[in-house]
Design a protein around this ligand. Structure first.
Ligand SMILES: [Zn+2]
Ligand SMILES: [Zn+2]
Length: 307
């Protein structure tokens, strides 16, 4: 029996059916996590071993006051950033489970009003939750998938994500300042060495033997630090804007307004809880309970109490 030869159209549709788009995105997610962890470890080591000793060394060779304190600060920034990264990464509480519906609608087999049935995880998902094709879960009040933590930012970890951004912002600002100070001592930016600060020119000068490897390494590291700084400024600013508006990134993109008449302070409390809780999370990387469960939402109430 002779098999029919597949047409080009059939071959193409078969190719796209089999192609795994998910794997590519997961590779991007893994690359983001690896980049962040490498930056975190190398920055603290570079700071403690190279940048801080140079910055605090006086002309007579002794260490200026504040050296020990700056070392402690560098270690604390490293630990706080790593802990908040982990708290964002560990997002199990965000995942929609079938128990959530059972707890709120024990006797209903239908999809509750305002909820939707997810065709991918085959579960009824609460309002404001969305499916993440990378995590392969529906996520409570899903904001976005973070490629740096390799997890979704949703109801239970948005607060730690913002705190993580704050620590990353402080760390990258300080690191960039120390890196520029270090390079400026060896290769003053106001002289003909200014060209070194352009990465390709810096590479050329290193290959020509005009500058040592450590200086070129710190230049490359400085570029990575500035990229991280730019990204974290964008994300922190965007998070504060959408939190003030009571939206998620998805809702902002789709121009969905959940709360049009609510005070900004209430929108902030939805994400950060009471001020004392937020301040505590800011100082100590705790996983404090959120003000609600992220399942029930009163979306744009039509009837106010007493009316
Ligand atoms: Zn789903
Ligand atoms: Zn995700």
């Amino acid at each position: 029996m002779q098999r029919r030869q597949a047409t080009l159209k059939e071959k193409l549709s078969e190719h796209y059916r089999k192609r795994d788009f998910k794997a590519k995105k997961q590779t991007a997610s893994t690359a983001g996590v690896v980049f962040f962890l490498c930056m975190l470890v190398t920055l603290v080591l570079e700071g403690l071993v190279v940048l801080l000793p140079r910055y605090y060394t006086s002309d007579d060779g002794s260490m200026a006051s504040g050296y020990r304190l700056s070392q402690l600060l560098a270690v604390w920034l490293f630990l706080a950033t790593a802990a908040n990264w982990y708290n964002t990464y560990y997002d199990v509480a965000n995942r929609v489970t079938k128990e959530m519906k059972a707890a709120h609608y024990p006797s209903s087999s239908e999809t509750p009003p305002g909820w939707k049935n997810c065709p991918l995880c085959m579960l009824d998902a609460p309002p404001r939750s969305h499916h993440c094709s990378l995590c392969n879960y529906c996520i409570l009040k899903r904001d976005h998938h973070c490629f740096v933590t390799g997890s979704c930012v949703g109801y239970h970890n948005q607060r730690t994500f913002v705190v993580f951004c704050i620590y990353t912002l402080i760390s990258t600002t300080w690191a960039a300042f120390l890196q520029i100070s270090y390079l400026n001592q060896d290769l003053p930016i106001s002289t003909y060495w200014a060209s070194f600060y352009f990465p390709l020119a810096g590479l050329w000068q290193y290959l020509a033997g005009a500058v040592p490897f450590l200086n070129f390494f710190i230049l490359v590291h400085l570029c990575c630090t500035l990229v991280s700084f730019g990204l974290v400024v964008f994300f922190l600013f965007w998070q504060l804007v959408i939190i003030a508006r009571g939206q998620t990134s998805f809702e902002a993109w789709k121009q969905i307004s959940i709360y049009r008449r609510r005070a900004v302070l209430n929108n902030f409390q939805d994400v950060f809880g009471q001020l004392t809780n937020f301040l505590l999370c800011l100082v100590v990387p705790l996983r404090l309970p959120m003000p609600a469960d992220g399942i029930k939402w009163v979306i744009e109430p039509k009837e106010e109490k007493g009316h």
